[in-house]
Design a protein around this ligand. Structure first.
Ligand SMILES: NC(=O)C1=CN([C@@H]2O[C@H](COP(=O)(O)OP(=O)(O)OC[C@H]3O[C@@H](n4cnc5c(N)ncnc54)[C@H](OP(=O)(O)O)[C@@H]3O)[C@@H](O)[C@H]2O)C=CC1
Ligand SMILES: CC(=O)[C@@H](O)[C@H](O)COP(=O)(O)O
Ligand SMILES: [Mn+2]
Length: 395
């Protein structure tokens, strides 16, 4: 990021998915430091009111909605501001192509792949919250990062923690990465209890305030499975050297074990403004208004082994990573479809993992050699998962 400052000394920032949980936290941090940052572009799917409010305050060059039917509303909301307005998935990619120094990739799901890739391809520094794009296209994505001299800065709290304590100068000294998992809202529930859990119960995360999709992923622990694959790609760490430990307090955000027996961890309150600020300020640290950690008040930090009987998503993700090729792409796409079906009350909570497993059994893994191949496999998996859900509904 050195040399990435514009003439006025401020870093140009684009936020892809500015209206979401990560996006709004990023906006808050950027807004607090007009001396350091100016906004280049903001994008959303369809929540025009939030996007237009952010745009009026931050005055980007461009504001984009992915949903074309929201174009008129955005145009009206920003009339007379001089801010350019556009709509559609291609316009989101164009927003990512504007010459911002730093891009927050915080669109949810594989929909974030093309715009994130567009930022990578122009060599930007990318704060990566969107884990799905590394899960569905990890090897191709990291190759693009290397080819274009881009920088990926992890924003996911666990990966930010690892990034902060990993000694990249001595990769041979690293024994293991240990991802912490809260266990989600159903950590101590039986399978019989989980069967009847509602979307409202699933999105009620005990520690973090997040968007609906990642909250359901945390409840099924698919989030930790996706994070396992994300860590594998971000830190070039083999699957068997990435452990998962359940830590209900979400205070230790992850750890790195070294060959001398030392374990280094990053701690903090469960507040995404800390990892976002780390990526936004990198290579320096900037202030974040997250609650300060009071260990005496917390009293105890506890740990337990993950249970892949009650949380089969953990097993499915590990197996998909071992299988390789398009298996993680299929896992991710089927999970996105199943989570949406659960949120729409078309399937039950435990059906999410069942749909993912059946899709993985049905769609033959291939070795994608391009992003187009990945997108093709993503589509195949979505169609397969849709068909499985439709069949389940008819029983
Ligand atoms: N929330 C968190 O604390 C964490 C999130 N992450 C990851 O960050 C990403 C974002 O999560 P989160 O902020 O919780 O999600 P949200 O659902 O809160 O926000 C998603 C954002 O993406 C936009 N969006 C949704 N669909 C599309 C689409 N098809 N095309 C373009 N834009 C779209 C939304 O627009 P609109 O508002 O208009 O619908 C919104 O701006 C996810 O990949 C998640 O796994 C990782 C760690 C922590
Ligand atoms: C904030 C963040 O990074 C989330 O991914 C969080 O880790 C979810 O918590 P779980 O550990 O319950 O999946
Ligand atoms: Mn996380």
């Amino acid at each position: 990021m050195s040399g990435a400052l514009k003439e006025d000394g401020r870093r140009g920032v684009t936020i892809l998915g500015s209206t979401g949980s990560i996006g709004c936290n990023t906006v808050e941090l950027v807004e607090a430091r007009p001396d350091l940052y100016r906004i280049e572009a903001l994008t959303a799917h369809s929540r025009v009111e939030i996007l237009a409010g952010q745009a009026r305050r931050l005055k980007p060059r461009l504001a984009v909605v992915a949903d074309e039917s929201a174009y008129g509303a955005l145009k009206d909301a920003l009339a007379g501001t001089g801010i350019a307005v556009a709509a559609g998935p291609a316009a989101v990619v164009e927003a990512a192509q504007l010459p911002a120094d730093w891009v927050m990739a915080s669109i949810v799901g594989a929909a974030g792949l093309a715009p994130t890739l567009a930022a990578v391809r122009r060599g930007a520094v990318v704060g990566l919250a969107n884990k799905e794009c590394l899960v569905c296209a990890g090897a191709l994505m990291t190759a693009e990062v290397a080819a274009h001299g881009a920088t990926l800065l992890p924003v996911d709290s666990e990966h930010s923690a690892i990034f902060q304590v990993l000694d990249a100068t001595q990769p041979q000294a690293v024994e293991k990465i240990v991802l912490t998992a809260s266990g989600g809202p159903f950590r101590d529930r039986t399978l019989a209890e989980m069967e009847g859990m509602t979307p409202e119960q699933a999105v009620a995360h005990p520690n973090w305030s997040m968007g609906a999709k990642i909250s359901v992923d945390s409840a099924s622990m698919m989030n930790k499975g996706l994070e396992l694959i994300e860590a594998h790609h971000l830190f070039a760490m083999p699957e068997e050297r990435i452990d998962i430990v359940v830590h209900p307090q979400s205070v230790i955000h992850s750890m790195v074990s070294y060959v001398d027996g030392s374990v280094l961890a990053q701690l903090g309150s469960p507040d995404m403004r800390t990892p976002i600020a780390y990526a936004l300020g990198w290579p320096k640290r900037i202030f974040a208004p997250a609650p300060r950690l009071d260990l005496a008040a917390i009293g105890q930090l506890t740990f337990q082994a993950p249970d892949s009987e009650r949380f089969p998503a953990l097993r499915l993700a590990r197996t998909a990573l071992q299988t390789g090729g398009s298996a993680p792409t299929v896992l991710n796409a089927a999970n996105e479809v199943a989570v949406q079906a659960f949120l729409a009350r078309r399937i039950g909570f435990l059906d999410i993992a069942r749909v993912v497993e059946e899709t993985l059994e049905t769609v033959e893994p291939v070795t994608p050699s391009s992003i187009d191949d990945v997108l093709e496999q993503d589509l195949r998996a979505r169609r397969c998962a849709d068909a499985i859900i439709a069949r389940r509904g008819k029983r």
